[in-house]
Design a protein around this ligand. Structure first.
Ligand SMILES: [Zn+2]
Length: 186
């Protein structure tokens, strides 16, 4: 079953890694390690692998367009900042090693469009692009990040607002309060 097409983008919350992809500073997805390319929409593909009959030990990629109602594929966006922020600190992403040096983590708003499936915590979409990027001023261990200004400047390549947000990733609750205050002040 195909998901309905949305004409206007949905704006959702989302978290990213900030990674060094060779010389470039980029956003990366947390669970599947896709780099988001500046000024280029991210298009979903289904990364689930299905058993292939009759050689059941061999798995092949599923071939449906992402997302579908039945699967878990698509680019995720959360309805609430809390849910997106929880991804910054949970361990789900550790299943698959990161291919690039991890510099920082970011939270922000994402535009989702194309084919969109509504799910419990938000949406899964076929197309996505960052809408705004927030960089917490301190790392998970509470340390100030000296290169923060450089990271923010490099992420301006995405052509969307990049803001620093006072907070510490180990205190997601406080970070979310700060994010909501920012969003309300827009
Ligand atoms: Zn799928």
């Amino acid at each position: 079953m195909r998901a309905p097409d949305y004409v206007e983008a949905i704006i959702a919350w989302r978290a990213w890694f900030v990674v060094a992809d060779e010389e470039e500073i980029r956003l990366s997805s947390l669970v599947y390690k896709n780099v988001w390319v500046p000024r280029c929409e991210l298009v979903a593909s289904c990364q689930r692998r299905v058993f292939c009959f009759p050689r059941l030990w061999r798995k092949k990629p599923s071939e449906h367009p992402a997302p579908t109602e039945e699967c878990r594929c698509g680019i995720y966006g959360a309805r609430d900042a809390e849910h997106a922020a929880a991804y910054l600190t949970n361990d789900l992403w550790r299943d698959e090693p990161l291919r690039w040096p991890l510099l920082h983590r970011a939270i922000g708003r994402v535009s989702l469009w194309g084919s969109v499936v509504e799910c419990k915590q938000g949406w899964r979409a076929s197309h996505a692009y960052p809408e705004r990027i927030y960089l917490p001023t301190r790392s998970e261990s509470g340390e100030a990040l000296p290169q923060l200004g450089d990271l923010a400047a490099a992420l301006s390549a995405y052509g969307v607002p990049v803001k620093l947000i006072d907070g510490d990733l180990s205190m997601v609750g406080a970070l979310v309060v700060a994010l909501k205050a920012r969003a309300a002040a827009r």
